[in-house]
Design a protein around this ligand. Structure first.
Ligand code: ZN
Ligand code: ZN
Length: 354
């Protein structure tokens, strides 16, 4: 059964899935359903399973070559062209991915546009064999780059120099792009979960967090390791071990039928027991696929329940700005019928780099 047919089966009315300029999640939904990667397209899926793909001149030829859906070439202002075509019909739209101005254009053209939410995301959350293979390859590339990184000298180099080294290594190893801006955060910088790498030279005696991921065949990887530069304090080692304990507890909790909330809580327990609950201010993880952040989510307020085929990150962290130290350890994990399979396999022992 095709992805479009699976979506059609849960529709009450036709659904307009729009991937307009600047709306990455919508673009990923169109790509997931049709195979077309573009920055300006929309697919209308009818409950009958019929689908029509709208896109402009730049993508029309590739869209027709897909051979899976009817293609209508529109001017660059795609929604303006769609309005008259859909006038008088009741059409669902993706509330999270259709800009308000586009909604207004449809409504003013006489389309009865009704908001819908999470329908394609729910399908995307469960990966098929081909997707799992792509994610496996992306994760293996991460392992390769982290292995090489562990042999690099850190001290004396700037965070941005190492960012460039990491990104260049991914590209040379075959990655199509980075999945997000690489983070290399040394010492006090690592105490910020979303650290900004800078021109500071890294000094011995600090922990360095490296969070990087690539895109391969359209699918993302996401992996974080924390390294010790030269000799680090007992306290820093203890914090690392505590983060690792939390990461292993989170990993062990991941499995089919487990709620995102429960997996998160499992990883939180050791850190809370050590009195550092406040220092772990983000969720345990997120789904990874065509986008680096997608369903399901693992965090205290999550309503998601894991099922086989989910691919999620498991990434607890401890951030202590007052002590100028931060630790995060992240793996990419596939939920299987019986439990879980780690896709990123690079060692989680605290590695000392020069
Ligand atoms: Zn990450
Ligand atoms: Zn992540």
């Amino acid at each position: 059964v095709s992805r479009i047919e699976r979506l059609a089966a849960v529709l009450e009315e036709p659904l307009l899935v729009a991937g307009l300029p600047g709306v990455e999640a919508g673009q990923a939904n169109v790509r997931y359903l049709t195979g077309l990667a573009s920055s300006n397209s929309a697919v209308l899926v009818e409950p009958t399973g019929r689908a029509t793909l709208y896109t402009d001149f730049r993508y029309a030829e590739r869209a027709r070559a897909l051979g899976t859906v009817d293609v209508v070439e529109t001017p660059r202002g795609l929604i303006g062209a769609l309005g008259p075509l859909l006038r008088g019909r009741r059409i669902g739209f993706e509330a999270e991915h259709l800009p308000y101005a586009a909604y207004r254009t449809l409504a003013e053209a006489g389309v009865d546009a009704v908001p819908r939410s999470g329908l394609v995301e729910a399908l995307r959350a469960v990966k098929d064999e081909g997707e799992i293979e792509a994610l496996r390859r992306a994760a293996a590339l991460s392992d390769e780059v982290f292995t090489a990184l562990a042999a690099e000298r850190f001290s004396g180099r700037t965070e941005l120099d190492l960012v460039w080294w990491v990104e260049r290594s991914f590209r040379e190893a075959g990655a199509a792009a980075m999945a997000f801006g690489t983070v290399v955060a040394a010492g006090a910088t690592a105490a910020f979960p979303h650290a900004e790498p800078g021109e500071r030279a890294i000094e011995p005696g600090v922990l360095v967090t490296v969070d990087a991921g690539c895109v391969l065949d359209g699918y993302c990887s996401d992996c974080t390791r924390t390294f010790a530069v030269g000799h680090v304090s007992e306290r820093q080692r203890d914090l690392y071990e505590l983060c690792l304990e939390a990461q292993l507890a989170g990993l062990a909790a991941v499995g089919p039928g487990v709620s995102g909330r429960a997996a998160d809580a499992a990883s939180r327990a050791p850190i809370e027991a050590a009195g550092l609950g406040e220092a772990y201010g983000h969720g345990l993880g997120h789904g990874v696929g065509l986008q680096v952040h997608e369903a399901p989510v693992l965090r205290p307020e999550s309503t998601d329940v894991l099922e086989p085929g989910n691919v999620v990150s498991v990434e607890p962290g401890i951030y202590l700005p007052d002590e100028g130290v931060g630790v995060r350890i992240e793996d990419l994990v596939l939920v299987t019928e019986s439990g879980r399979e780690r896709l990123t396999r690079f060692t989680k022992e605290l590695l000392t780099v020069e």
